[in-house]
Design a protein around this ligand. Structure first.
Ligand code: SF4
Length: 419
């Protein structure tokens, strides 16, 4: 399966500004100096989350990922869905899928629906679904897999049907790296073609890159390559150990910081927007870098820049519906909260205990629960669940040590030594 275009999710784009004096803790991060080139930058496309506030996430997600099928001809090593060659027998029917889109249009702020998989091209009614979504007032995006089903004509037909976003995965600057991850030779070359085809018909492209220890050195060459392509957004995904990625080696928390530094640098010098996925602590990194305190960050990060998307997290601004209608807080957090058509995704998102808890940063545990950045970050809930079996546990791959957490530890130690 191609990784969902969780796109258009999360923060990363941030205001490129000069540093201010800060009350925030910058022990781990060096603040930036003014970038004289920032005024020369090209105008970037505005982010689809523009116009959303964090309060909106209590009633409406920004993004719904609808896994239209698990069928896919690829065998990606880190596939979340453990995709298979044929559709499941209990996959939602075309009529049920259309009804799902109608239901999603009932959110007070209708989300963008990203048709993902498996490979959405394995759904014969894909164009009908795109057109129906548009008809009921939903913005539709697609993340097809690079297989022979994908042609220039197919991309043009998606645009014609009403798609407004197109996600393509690229996991390396060179063919070998990408094709090894994807399990099929020629996948890299076809992905580049897909990007160009989408650009030719004016379909906005998001490139999704999964970061591994093995492709760290290729991130800058990849960023260079994207500049030569019609790309609006580069989304860098930090692995969550689920599906076929369950046994993959995670980056260390220190390596996360190195990638954050790289993303921050690239976001200031590239014509396309840059974002992280399943790494909300990139927001903390950016705030530290810009010298913003957690209190001022929501306004500074979310309010000022046309580029600044609202920060999402699993179940907060994001929802996932599986090929059989199961409803989850995200595609990486396997806590089933309902099943369509028996359950309404609108009611589940707004009222189910799991969703409501995930949106309450004060319910976080461990160091995330004591962190001053918990409201804007909160850590990846999916990774916490995958590693600790508890969706409210602390993010396992964040280097930051909150002052309150340090104090509590010191207090505990001194109480223990007095006993
Ligand atoms: S400790 Fe948790 S809330 Fe704080 S920055 Fe790290 S991941 Fe985010």
């Amino acid at each position: 399966m191609d990784r969902p275009m969780d796109s258009y999710v999360e923060p990363p784009e941030h205001k490129d500004g000069t540093p201010t004096t800060s009350r925030s803790d910058t022990r781990n991060v060096q603040p930036v100096t003014p970038d004289p080139r920032q005024n020369e930058k090209k105008e970037r496309p505005s982010h689809p989350s523009h116009g959303y506030s964090r309060e909106d996430f209590d009633h409406s997600p920004l993004l719904v990922f609808y896994e239209v099928t698990r069928a896919c001809d690829l065998v990606c090593t880190h596939c979340r869905a453990s995709a298979m060659p044929h559709p499941a027998r209990d996959q939602l029917t075309p009529a049920q899928s259309a009804a799902l889109l109608e239901e999603l249009s009932r959110f007070p702020k209708p989300p963008m629906v990203v048709l993902t998989g498996g490979d959405p091209m394995k759904r014969p009614d894909l164009l009908d679904l795109i057109a129906h979504g548009r008809h009921v007032g939903i913005r539709m995006a697609v993340t097809p897999s690079p297989t022979p089903l994908m042609t220039e004509k197919a991309v043009a037909a998606m645009k014609e049907a009403g798609a407004c976003g197109f996600g393509v995965s690229l996991d390396g600057a060179c063919h070998k790296t990408h094709d090894t991850f994807r399990g099929i030779e020629g996948s890299h070359a076809l992905s580049l073609e897909m990007i160009r085809w989408a650009g030719d018909v004016g379909l906005p492209v998001q490139v999704n890159t999964t970061v591994f220890a093995a492709n760290l050195e290729e991130l800058v060459p990849l960023a260079d390559m994207l500049e030569t392509l019609p790309v609006q957004m580069w989304s860098v995904f930090f692995l969550v150990p689920v599906g076929r990625a369950r046994h993959a080696r995670r980056l260390s928390a220190r390596q996360y910081e190195r990638v954050f530094e790289l993303l921050f640098t690239e976001s200031r010098r590239r014509p396309y927007a840059v974002k992280s996925t399943e790494a909300p602590h990139y927001r903390r990194f950016v705030m530290q870098k810009l010298g913003l305190s957690p209190e001022e960050a929501p306004q500074q990060i979310y309010g000022l820049s046309k580029q600044a998307p609202v920060g999402t997290n699993d179940g907060r601004g994001v929802m996932f519906v599986s090929h059989t209608g199961e409803i989850y807080p995200s595609g990486f957090l396997p806590l089933m909260c309902g099943k369509f058509p028996a359950d309404s995704p609108v009611t589940v998102y707004r009222e189910h205990d799991v969703f409501v808890s995930l949106r309450d940063a004060d319910k976080l545990q461990g160091k995330c629960g004591m962190c001053e950045y918990r409201g804007v970050c909160g850590g990846s809930r999916a990774r916490a669940y995958a590693v600790y079996g508890d969706a409210m546990a602390p993010e396992p791959d964040c280097v930051y040590i909150p002052e309150a957490w340090m104090k509590a530890r010191r207090h505990r130690k001194s109480s223990d030594s007095q006993q």
